[in-house]
Ligand binder design. Structure first.
Ligand SMILES: Cc1cc2nc3c(=O)[nH]c(=O)nc-3n(C[C@H](O)[C@H](O)[C@H](O)COP(=O)(O)OP(=O)(O)OC[C@H]3O[C@@H](n4cnc5c(N)ncnc54)[C@H](O)[C@@H]3O)c2cc1C
Length: 349
């Protein structure tokens, strides 16, 4: 009997599997390899700043300091580069905003996270009112990350590439049995598809569709440019540009309206000419309260969930997959704000 059966091989499932293996546990992952999984679409940026609120993200002081070392270690395990530490230049739109930011950065702990620059960053951009240089930021190639972890699992015979059928699960306190795979515990990491999970209909997921463009331009920059939308330099003058947020139509189809929204925002700050070479859409597994969802699916003590990474999987996964691993292995309690306990009831059977 193995220790853990993990359902879903996006950033959540893959990183949890990696951490459990690192801690000497036996794991089997089932993943249907959906090309539209959020982890295959994500721009992969991590950015501690919430500009509209003049503050940093929830638990930023714990989450951001470990990102670099976590991905460095993962890169060593995978034998390939997946992480790019890079500042974000967040262009300031107006003089009034610039004054506001200068005051905030000077008066608060924000100076640890940002520098306010009153001169322009780069003449390829229209931004005349300076920029915030966001520190402790960058991006990771989430698609390469999950593909790399799954390739390792495949070598070890620890991956099944198929659709997981909820009706095939036999679960009791003593054992999990899924089509003959016997495990002590099961952890659901299906991203938005958890909405189809017959075992936990009460998790308050509020998925958000997003669209992204891939463009080619002659620009060469070594930072992520942002104002309304971001431009992430992928190398070879290729950039990811996005993204949109919509909560009404939760499909994976790129739309003309999505493209137009991105192009309009891009052209507001970017001067150069460009060609659109691709256009994707995916759905983010966001929670109603914008916190990740970790913990047990009561009344069982051997069924768990790791989800709710929303639009910040790359930033959240190093910290929360480690926390989840400690919870699973050592029973370290989870904060109520992120735990499944914050939902009043669970329907499991
Ligand atoms: C347009 C867009 C832009 C984004 N940009 C960023 C960004 O810049 N930075 C950032 O950090 N995050 C970004 N995100 C969010 C990021 O993608 C998510 O936070 C993260 O990918 C969630 O990972 P996950 O593993 O929870 O879900 P997913 O990546 O959706 O993975 C779920 C996995 O479960 C599998 N699965 C589901 N059901 C079953 C089943 N029944 N049987 C077998 N397998 C199953 C799927 O195939 C998939 O592989 C973006 C997302 C989108 C859509």
């Amino acid at each position: 009997m193995i220790d853990y059966l993990i359902i879903g091989g996006g950033m959540a499932g893959c990183n949890l599997t990696y951490n459990l293996l690192k801690n000497g546990r036996s794991v089997h992952l089932i993943d249907e390899n959906s090309p539209h999984a959020a982890s295959n679409i994500a721009a992969g940026i991590y950015n501690p700043l919430l500009p509209r609120h003049h503050k940093v993200a929830y638990q930023a002081e714990y989450i951001y300091p470990i990102i670099e070392s976590y991905y460095l270690e993962l890169e060593q395990y995978l034998g390939e580069t997946i992480h790019f530490k890079q500042p974000i230049h967040y262009f300031i739109e107006t003089q009034a905003e610039q004054n506001d930011w200068s005051a905030h950065a000077y008066n608060s702990h924000l100076s640890h996270w940002i520098e306010v620059h009153t001169s322009r960053s780069d003449y390829n951009f229209k931004a005349n009112n300076g920029f915030l240089k966001i520190k402790h930021s960058g991006w990771a190639d989430a698609k390469k990350m999950t593909a790399g972890i799954k390739a390792k699992l495949m070598e070890q015979g620890a991956l099944t590439n198929e659709h997981y059928e909820y009706s095939e699960l036999n679960i009791s306190e003593a054992e999990i049995n899924y089509k003959g795979i016997k495990a002590k515990h099961i952890v659901f990491c299906e991203g938005c598809d958890i909405l189809n999970n017959t075992f936990n209909t009460n998790l308050a997921l509020k998925p958000a569709k997003g669209e992204i463009l891939i463009i080619k331009t002659e620009l060469d920059i070594d930072f992520i440019a942002q104002q309304g939308v971001f431009m992430v330099p992928l190398g070879d003058q290729i950039y990811k540009v996005g993204s949109t947020f919509s909560w009404d139509t939760l499909d994976e189809t790129p739309t003309e309206a999505g493209k137009k929204e991105i192009v309009t925002k891009l052209e507001k700050f970017f001067k150069g000419s460009y060609e659109i070479i691709d256009h994707y859409a995916g759905v983010r597994p966001s929670s109603g309260d914008r916190r990740p969802i970790l913990g047990a699916l009561k009344p069982y003590t051997n069924a768990f969930v790791f989800n709710g990474l929303g639009s910040k999987g790359v930033a959240l996964v190093p910290y929360y997959s480690t926390l989840m691993t400690n919870h699973l292995i050592n029973g370290i309690p989870l904060d109520k704000e992120i735990s499944t306990e914050r939902y009043l009831k669970y329907s499991l059977l």
